[in-house]
Design a protein around this ligand. Structure first.
Ligand code: UD1
Length: 419
């Protein structure tokens, strides 16, 4: 039996919502625990399926993992296993972040390649070429990415694109390499800074986190630490857009508003009053949102993970919005579902033109990934009638207590089973 959401439109969202730790940080921090023998504790973990899935990947590598409330305790043995097999990794792509730590710790890694992805192809060439420059051999063999190194040494590495995953894997390999590594054109996402901070707490010597040049002085050994995950800026911004789209008033807590500078500016352009607060921000939208143009780019640009929610907003905005997707080639696929809800949208390659309509019209729609699913629910909140959102397991992978949080703000949503 699978489940779907019934979302009834028409309510203005009001109130306060607390976001948990960032999905895109916690999984990498859990992988970083492989770098030190002993017990590493990660706190403020979000209650999402990917956390227990990552725990299973680590167990398969010989770690003991305990999950309790929002805390995960990972005890890494002196000699972790180096083979993450397909059964462990098939359910989520982020598991590839064990590659760098395994090469660093075991000098050998075999990580099965997860399957395809609805948002576009996700090659690992940059991960592999970075590891090669550090002295590893790396090939794709029998459906696995294999990396081996007799001697891991520092290197100057220039990424052709500031890939989040490649930056993380190379960084986590370089912390235990001999000598200095410089990663140029590194990703600058707050989640990378979170990882750099945790690695430094473990005894690594990483500088430049948050800039496009990371410098790493390799050390012989790292020690376990206790680290708190940063708040999830994508979940936080989803609630911010939900406030704007429903002409509501929502206070979002548990996130650093500075991680959302451009996004909050775009909400202001849409006509929202946005107030930064110590532990988050508040969004009040009084009138119909106005059209906003944006182009997704690596941080500090507009996040590709918020593109579906922004398209939802553009669908009911006054005027025409131009949206460009620069990060994932197939991320506009879900626009077909928005059109099913009555959006006046056209896509051409990586551009989309959305002419706002006053109100959407409910329909059955299918989520193709976590963020597309969230975007469709937001659209359902401003659609006439009750929208069925299917394949919601995607949404559950990224949004803890989604139904409870949305209901807490006055949204009308129900989770029901489908035979
Ligand atoms: C991470 C996030 C994801 C977010 C994305 C971009 C996690 C678990 N996921 O994904 O939510 O949407 O960053 O902000 O943190 N690429 C290559 N070769 C490579 C690596 C990447 O061509 O070796 C390309 C990808 O196909 C994509 C682009 O680079 O077009 C960006 O990918 P990347 O930044 O690596 O995203 P992820 O780390 O997979």
């Amino acid at each position: 039996m699978s489940e779907h959401f019934l979302v009834t439109g028409g309510n203005r969202l009001e109130g306060e919502v607390l976001v948990g730790g960032a999905k895109n940080s916690v999984l990498k921090l859990m992988a970083a625990a492989l770098l030190a023998e002993g017990t590493t504790v990660v706190t403020n973990c979000p209650d999402i399926l990917d956390v227990p899935l990552m725990a299973d990947v680590l167990r398969g590598l010989g770690c003991e993992v305990e999950l309790e409330d929002s805390e995960v305790r990972i005890t890494t043995p002196a000699e972790p296993k180096y083979h993450a097999d397909f059964d462990a990794v098939k359910q989520f792509r982020a598991s590839v972040c064990v590659l760098g730590p395994l090469v660093a710790r075991c000098r050998r890694a075999v990580v099965a390649l997860p399957g395809g992805d609805a948002i576009g192809s996700r090659p690992l060439d940059m991960h592999q070429s970075g590891l090669r420059l550090l002295g590893a051999r790396s090939e794709i063999e029998h459906g696995c990415v294999v990396a081996e190194a007799d001697d891991l040494h520092g290197a100057n590495i220039r990424l052709v694109f500031p890939s989040v995953g490649a930056t993380e894997n190379i960084l986590m390999a370089a912390v235990l390499a001999r000598g200095e590594t410089v990663i140029d054109n590194a990703a600058r996402e707050p989640e990378i800074v979170d990882l750099c901070n945790m690695l430094n707490e473990m005894g690594a010597k990483v500088s430049g986190g948050g800039s496009s040049t990371l410098t790493i002085q390799g050390v012989r050994k790292l020690e376990p630490t206790t680290h708190r995950v940063i708040g999830d800026r994508i979940v936080a911004a989803t609630w911010g857009v939900a406030a704007s789209i429903t002409r509501g008033d929502v206070r979002v807590r548990g996130v650093n508003h500075k991680h959302l500078g451009l996004v909050l500016d775009k909400l202001r352009t849409a006509g929202a009053e946005v107030t930064p607060e110590v532990d988050g921000f508040r969004v009040i939208q009084r009138e119909r949102p106005k059209a906003v143009n944006f182009a997704t780019l690596p941080y500090p640009g507009f996040p590709t993970d918020l593109q579906p929610m922004a398209i939802g907003l553009a669908a009911v905005a006054e005027g025409t919005s131009m949206i460009t997707e620069n990060v994932f080639e197939s991320r506009f696929r879900f626009v077909e579902e928005m059109i099913r809800l009555g959006a006046d949208a056209r896509t051409d390659g990586h551009h989309a033109v959305i002419r706002g309509v006053p109100v959407l019209s409910s329909a059955p729609v299918w989520s193709s990934d976590i963020r597309a699913g969230a975007g469709l629910v937001l659209a359902g909140l401003v659609a006439d009638g009750t929208t069925e959102v299917h394949d919601i397991f995607h949404i559950d992978r990224g949004y803890p207590r989604f139904v409870e949080n949305l209901r807490g703000l006055g949204g009308v949503i129900e989770r029901v089973g489908t035979e």
